[in-house]
Design a protein around this ligand. Structure first.
Ligand code: HEC
Length: 161
């Protein structure tokens, strides 16, 4: 009986391990998309708190305090915010009505920021998962969260006590 129980526990643990590994990999990929490919940090800051990394860039919103749900977050990344400095990351945004039923001509000269790179649909999903796991509603950044965020007590974490 005891051996059977142990067997069940072990099988359950072993079948979960790849899931945790996949999750950690996705989060690492999300961090890369946020800091590098999408350069979200240029306007939103590496912690997503709105303290931007690049003075030449528009000031992004504080994503840590965002009230958006998953769907609206995804739409905002895909379609940006015309006229408000938030780029559209979907390569086909405003080409076929997928963004709020609008096409380029409907924007009527309202400026749309160019993204540093467009993102694949799967990349945007990964990014949103990352945002909800590590940034949105995670409270203000502090030393402990900073170390967890970078996976080590990184140089940038020294600013926190
Ligand atoms: C060029 C600067 C810039 C870049 C790059 C940028 N953003 Fe933004 N973002 C903004 C600005 C400015 C706003 C505020 C728009 C407004 O006033 O409505 C914003 C708003 C947002 C919002 C809406 C927040 C809310 O609560 O309403 C989300 C979500 C967001 N950005 C995510 C991202 C992500 C993810 C990336 C990277 C893929 C990114 N942004 C890259 C400038 C930027």
């Amino acid at each position: 009986m005891r051996i059977l129980f142990l067997g069940i526990v072990l099988t359950t643990l072993l079948s979960c391990a790849p899931v945790f590994a996949a999750e950690a990999e996705d989060l690492a990929e999300g961090l890369r998309l946020f800091t590098q490919k999408g350069n979200c940090q240029g306007c939103h800051g590496w912690a997503g708190d709105g303290r931007k990394m690049d003075n030449q860039m528009p000031s992004g919103a504080n994503l840590r305090e965002s009230q958006l749900d998953r769907n609206n977050m995804l739409m905002t990344i895909k379609c940006g915010r015309p006229g408000r400095g938030m780029p559209a990351y979907d390569r086909l945004a405003y080409s076929d009505g997928r963004c709020y039923g609008q096409k380029k001509a409907d924007l009527q000269g309202v400026s749309l920021e160019d993204p540093p790179a467009t993102l694949q649909p799967r990349e945007m999903e990964t990014l949103v998962d990352f945002l909800f796991a590590k940034i949105v509603k995670q409270g203000p950044m502090d030393r402990t969260r900073c170390a967890a965020y970078w996976g080590s007590d990184a140089e940038v974490c020294r600013e926190f006590k």
